[in-house]
Ligand binder design. Structure first.
Ligand code: PLP
Length: 402
């Protein structure tokens, strides 16, 4: 048995573990009595027109066979045109590679780009699957600390951590687990630091923007589209969250046509996808792409849930970091060890995820992709949890990222 993979399989992620625990608890005490903030499973309905379009596409025998490894040409062209019109980029179909969601976009990109002993920079807090996917590649993971108030990256720390071996920097905004949308100024500074270091070392440092939450923004702030700021940039996009199609497994990789070795990267993606056995993304959903670009689910349900949580949890006294997007927020644990806090929360039927696997200690993540009634019903449990700490809890001060 492959030891690394066996270990990964035997030790499921804490999110999955809590999700399974919650399902068992729901069977015991009834679903309405369990407040499960663990998993980021989108809850807003899939738009009706999209469901109908899937039905139409599925009816044709032409749409059930293999496509080329990098995906249906018309769909890749549609993505390039959409991105160019929306963000002023200059993609061609040949810069786009269709994937089974963002997870496979990440796995294919990492395998396409990285060699042994390369260094990969992750900004804390980071999506825990990055280290999991990277773990078979024998690369060195280097962590950059956040500014604890805003949860944006500490850019001085970034500057200090880049070496001649740095090959890849990963950003995820709006962020899982904090919801934080990086400011345009932050993206500009990251870009200029990377430019400077590339010149200093004579290397290519790629910036990969993981974007499953790109359109999931509740404020009026614009999304800082990465190719407008940095030449060696790669995008991993997914329709999972913005259209509530996480189970349909469709997304894409886009590389800036002006990036170093952009063409070779695409060939390497074909090779990586063969190595990983992806073959091609599901054809029905590839063919759906031209019909869904620019459409999103109705996010008002997340917005409402988010506001209810923010108001009530801050009123209770919790310290919260809540960005402008995704459907996650961070709650400061009321004791040093967030794992113990999460365990205690379970006794109130609250399922919250300690952020240790995200590289951040002392917080839990709440996913508010939940029915409004569940969120409303959970408030008493949060209050009881808070009160259960008596005078022993942290000194609370209100922190919000915007
Ligand atoms: N990247 C981030 C930051 C995520 O939060 C997720 C899913 O939760 C993924 C990637 C994977 O998404 P997908 O369902 O498209 O594979």
């Amino acid at each position: 048995m492959n030891v690394k993979n066996l270990q990964k399989g035997l030790k499921p992620s804490i999110i999955r573990e809590l999700f399974e625990y919650s399902n068992t608890l729901k069977q015991k005490i009834g679903a309405n009595n369990v407040y499960d903030f663990s998993i980021g499973n989108p809850y807003a309905p899939v738009p009706q027109t999209i469901k109908e379009e899937i039905g139409k596409i599925a009816l044709s025998d032409k749409n059930h066979g293999y496509t080329s490894t990098c995906g249906d040409q018309e769909s890749r062209q549609a993505i390039a045109t959409f991105l160019n019109t929306t963000y002023g980029s200059i993609f061609k179909d040949s810069n786009i590679f269709l994937t089974c969601g963002a997870a496979s976009a990440l796995a294919i990109s990492f395998n396409a780009l990285l060699n042994e002993n390369d260094e990969v920079i992750l900004f804390v807090p980071f999506f825990p699957e990055y280290p999991t996917i990277l773990s078979n590649l024998n690369v060195k993971i280097v962590l950059v600390n956040p500014d604890p108030k805003t949860m944006e990256p500490d850019l001085n720390d970034l500057k200090n951590k880049i070496t001649s071996k740095t090959k890849l920097v990963i950003i995820d905004t709006p962020n899982n687990p904090s919801g934080v949308l990086y400011k345009e100024g932050t993206i500009k500074t990251i870009s200029s630091i990377l430019e400077e270091k590339q010149n200093e070392y004579g290397t290519s440092i790629y910036l990969l923007s993981d974007e499953p939450y790109r359109e999931l923004i509740y404020s009026k702030n614009c999304y800082p589209f990465i190719t407008n700021f940095y030449r060696n940039s790669i995008i991993a996009y997914s329709f999972s969250k913005v259209l509530s199609m996480a189970g349909d497994r469709i997304g894409y990789i886009a590389i800036n046509p002006e990036a170093d070795e952009a063409e070779n990267f695409m060939y390497a993606c074909v090779g990586a996808s063969r190595t990983l056995g992806y073959v091609c993304a599901p054809t029905i959903f590839q063919k759906l792409i031209p019909h869904i670009l620019g459409i999103t689910s109705d996010f008002s349900i997340y917005k409402e849930g988010r506001e209810i949580l923010l108001d009530n949890l801050q009123n209770i006294g919790y310290q919260i970091i809540c960005g402008e997007g995704a459907f996650y927020l961070l709650l400061k644990a009321l004791e040093d060890d967030a794992n113990k806090f999460s365990e205690r929360a379970k006794t109130f039927n609250l399922i919250v995820v300690p952020t240790d696997p995200f590289g951040l200690k002392g917080y839990v993540r709440l996913s508010y992709a939940l029915p409004i009634q569940t969120i409303k019903n959970s408030i008493k449990a949060f209050k009881d949890l808070y009160n259960s700490y008596g005078d022993k809890k942290w000194e609370i001060s209100k922190i919000c990222a915007f």
